[in-house]
Design a protein around this ligand. Structure first.
Ligand SMILES: NC(=O)c1ccc[n+]([C@@H]2O[C@H](COP(=O)([O-])OP(=O)(O)OC[C@H]3O[C@@H](n4cnc5c(N)ncnc54)[C@H](O)[C@@H]3O)[C@@H](O)[C@H]2O)c1
Ligand SMILES: N[C@@H](CCO)C(=O)O
Length: 809
């Protein structure tokens, strides 16, 4: 035999009652079916009674609604010929209810006893209709089987008597029994009710009394989820839980069952199965005394409670004094304040406890009153009340004796910049709870869900500034590679924000890369660097990455604040890494301190792995002795392309058109771009260096860099003839031009060199770059990295690789 309980939503409409019938058809065992009132009906009955008690006539309207709901349900469920009979039986109950409420209205008083009598009408009505709808079933009056004391409103079950009555009633039963939930009666047969979660409790009492094979709780969700699915879209159903885990998760906000109700089945070791009436094929959650969840995960679920207030009482007068806690919690209990979490440091000079915010003032008054004397004497000198908090808890029996869980938990939370306000862990090691600001709740749930592998995928939230050549290519590459990354690496790269110099757009759930340009035009806000940064910080999303694909100085000025807000930075923009040494060092230090990344691989050699290689050399103990390199894609392209038919000015235009040149090409032509790159390499080699320490030998007169970019394009052809004359001489000597960057003996210099055909730099086609590192280990023969050093696609790929690096996969 099994007990199946269907909740208010499961029987809330004719359609759902039909589903219940289908579910029962599929049962092979004898079943006892406990039903709740039609969803919302009990609230309506109680509200009608309360209105009647205060003398308003509005209760009539509520009663009419109650009648209509039941009659309409009957009309939908039954064929016309049967309706009159069922309606007549229902009317008897509805009229009785109306008479009692009329009585309440006349007397103007609503006692707990009357409330109990009224409160169970919903279940009596629903069970009547459902038992008629399932003709092969038999109706049992559970109020006559479940005996309680006369503590109306909160009656206590007399299990001795109850078990006997149930066992006698069902001794020779087979088939389908329909039973109203929630109702019971006292020793003289007056109605009582079983309190919160009452119908579940009815089910558990029956299941335990009859020692059935299982108790099934049919509801409108697929069982216990790993986290609140309204916050964590990746949350999924937990297949198996132990009783203790289920109780912990319920206590901390997963309102699938009300913990005390499963006590009778827990004591008997009867499995409880949570199932979804709307999705009966779903496996649901099985609660047993087994501790296995099918996966070897240390935690099974995360739960949270919002609207929490944390109260801390503090004072040296509390140290070593016995009875303080007892008085504190006694005073709170007398005021009916439910304490959700307690934390006391071993120094004993403070106790913090968390309560529902609605009890804040009651709790404060209780403490002031209880400790009046100690406060006067300054033995207790501070009572702090912190509002707008939330409690988060991780739950799992496998945490027991497993080391490193708390370490990993708090490390992950800390890295994401979430401040933990209080912590509590019971010695049972079943649950670790902590308090955070409510504004950090969503982020906390996300990072914890992900870091304990409850989530299937790691998610990165990208905020992209700049969608020109590099940024635009990057989005194309992400769009193309996304399915593969998701499938093979379980990595989801989500575009959470995007901006160019005109518009910006944000979406916490992700912006569709296929349509973002149209969305930016229609829905985008006016772009502003300050607002872009503020929005990223304000959204407070976990694994946030600011990707800078501009060449903008002010954009680079945002990094410090973003890193401080635990946002990683991936940048193609060379401004920050080549800014003052102090700023460069501060950004690196901030990233390290905050546990986030500051990555700029594409700053030197575009997609070539130059900076990571250099970091690997240095980190593994090598010393960089000399760097010699061709670092400008644009300049190399120019010197490879210039000819008697293609003059200098045209080669610059071609470099721009092919996406090698900077948004402002004077940065390339003046040597500034190469100087920045050399500076970054020297710094990453471990030397404290600044721009002023690099000797820049320009090859184009300074006057061409004055004025606007348009002036530059207009005037630069003036240099064509001179360049062609020099080129001819050079070619005649069998030499080539290369713009070389060099660092040796603490000195750095860049400039145009004439090199011979057998020089390693000679064979450097198109926009290629080449870097030679002479190190202590690679002394005689340098380490060489060579390849495309500019271009939108390779640069975007380098930025993409940096983004993936943030996820550490
Ligand atoms: N092209 C390459 O080969 C290469 C290689 C390595 C690094 N980079 C670097 O990549 C960066 C981008 O280069 P690109 O060629 O894509 O430039 P681009 O001119 O094509 O694109 C720049 C983008 O930045 C946006 N932008 C500029 N100022 C902005 C602001 N204040 N707010 C918001 N958006 C702003 C523009 O609207 C545009 O979308 C540069 O820093 C460049 O040095 C380029
Ligand atoms: N403008 C740069 C882009 C790569 O950093 C170059 O030409 O090398």
């Amino acid at each position: 035999m099994k007990v199946l309980k269907f909740g208010g939503t499961s029987v809330g409409s004719a359609e759902n009652i039909q589903r219940v019938k289908e579910i029962l058809k599929g049962q092979t065992d004898d079943v006892i079916v406990v039903v709740s009132a039609l969803g919302g009906i009990t609230d309506k009955i109680l509200s009608a009674a309360k209105m009647a008690a205060i003398g308003t006539g509005y209760f009539q309207a509520e009663l009419t609604e109650i009648n209509t709901r039941h009659y309409e349900t009957i009309e939908k469920l039954f064929v016309a010929e049967k309706q009159a009979d069922i309606k007549a039986k229902t009317t008897i109950l509805l009229e009785e209810l109306e008479r009692i409420i009329q009585g309440v209205s006349l007397i103007g008083e609503l006692t707990p006893k009357t409330l109990d009598k009224i409160g169970g009408f919903g279940e009596r009505l629903s069970s009547l209709i459902i038992s008629e709808y399932i003709p092969e079933s038999k109706w049992f009056d559970s109020s006559k089987l479940i005996k309680t004391n006369s503590n109306f409103g909160k009656a206590t079950v007399d299990f001795g008597q109850t078990n006997q009555l149930i066992q006698t009633a069902f001794a020779s039963f087979s088939g389908i029994a329909i039973v109203p939930g929630f109702i019971s009666s006292n020793e003289v047969g007056e109605y009582t009710t079983l309190g919160r979660g009452g119908s579940d409790y009815t089910g558990a009492i029956l299941a335990a009394a009859l020692d059935v094979a299982s108790l099934e709780i049919w509801t409108d969700v697929n069982g216990f989820m790993t986290a609140d699915p309204r916050v964590i879209s990746k949350a999924y159903t937990i297949k198996m839980l132990s009783y203790s885990e289920a109780m912990e998760l319920s206590h901390f906000g997963a309102k699938v069952i009300y913990p005390p109700t499963i006590l009778p089945v827990y004591k008997k070791g009867i499995p409880v199965l949570i199932k979804n009436t709307m999705d009966p094929e779903n496996e649901g959650t099985l609660i047993t005394d087994s501790k296995h969840n099918g996966k070897d995960l240390p935690i099974k679920g995360i739960s949270s409670i919002s609207n929490i207030t944390l109260i801390t009482i503090q004072g040296l007068g509390m140290v070593g004094v016995t009875g303080i806690s007892s008085r504190l919690f006694g005073a709170l209990a007398r005021q009916n304040v439910n304490v959700i979490l307690i934390s006391q440091a071993s120094s004993e000079n403070s106790i913090s406890f968390a309560i529902d915010s609605s009890s804040s003032s009651k709790a404060e008054a209780a403490i002031q009153q209880e400790f009046d004397r100690e406060i006067q004497l300054d033995q207790i000198n501070k009572i702090t009340i912190e509002e707008n908090l939330a409690i988060v808890a991780i739950v799992g029996e496998n945490m027991k004796h497993a080391t490193g869980i708390a370490g990993k938990l708090f490390n992950t939370i800390g890295k994401n910049g979430i401040n933990i306000i209080a912590i509590a862990q019971g010695a049972s090691e079943l649950n670790i709870s902590w308090v955070v600001k409510i504004s950090d709740l969503r982020k906390t749930l996300n990072v914890v869900h992900e870091s304990f592998f409850l989530s299937e995928n790691v998610e990165l939230n990208v905020f992209l500034l700049g969608i020109g050549l590099v940024g635009g290519n990057l989005l194309e590459q992400i769009k193309q590679q996304q399915p593969k990354l998701l499938k093979e690496k379980h990595l989801k790269i989500k575009l959470a924000g995007v901006a160019n110099s005109k518009k910006m757009l944000f979406n916490r759930e992700g912006i569709d890369i296929a349509t973002f340009r149209e969305k930016m035009t229609t829905e985008g806000q006016q772009s502003s660097l300050e607002n872009f940064k503020n929005e990223i910080i304000g959204l407070n999303m976990y694994n946030s990455i600011f990707v800078d694909c501009t060449a903008n100085d002010q954009a680079a000025g945002l990094y410090a604040e973003l890193l401080n807000a635990n946002v990683s930075i991936v940048t193609a923009n060379k401004v920050a890494a080549s800014s003052d040494y102090e700023n460069y060092a501060l950004l690196k230090k901030t990233a390290k301190r905050k546990g986030v990344k500051f990555l700029f691989e594409t700053n030197v050699g575009a997609g070539l792995p130059i900076i990571t290689t250099l970091n690997d050399l240095v980190n593994s103990g090598d010393t960089i002795v000399k760097i010699e390199a061709v670092l400008s894609g644009t300049l190399n392209f120019i010197f490879n392309t210039i000819s008697d038919t293609v003059p200098l000015s045209q080669t610059i235009r071609m470099a721009k058109d092919q996406g090698f040149a900077e948004p402002d090409p004077r940065i390339d032509l003046s040597g500034v771009d190469v100087a920045r790159k050399l500076l970054i390499l020297v710094r990453e080699s471990g030397y404290q260096f600044d721009m002023k320490d690099i000797k820049i030998n320009t090859f184009i007169p300074e006057k061409y860099f004055e004025g606007s970019v348009d002036d530059f394009w207009k005037n630069i052809p003036e240099m064509d003839a001179e360049f062609e004359a020099n080129r001819k001489k050079l070619t005649a000597k069998g030499l080539l031009w290369r713009f070389v960057a060099k660092f040796e003996d603490g000195k750095a210099e860049i400039g145009l060199q004439q090199i011979e055909a057998n020089h390693p730099f000679a064979d450097l086609q198109g926009s290629n770059n080449l870097v030679m590192f002479n190190t202590e280990r690679y002394l005689e023969f340098p380490m060489i990295i060579k390849g495309y050093g500019a271009g939108a696609a390779v640069t975007a790929a380098g930025v993409f690789a940096d983004i993936i690096r943030v996820s550490n996969i």
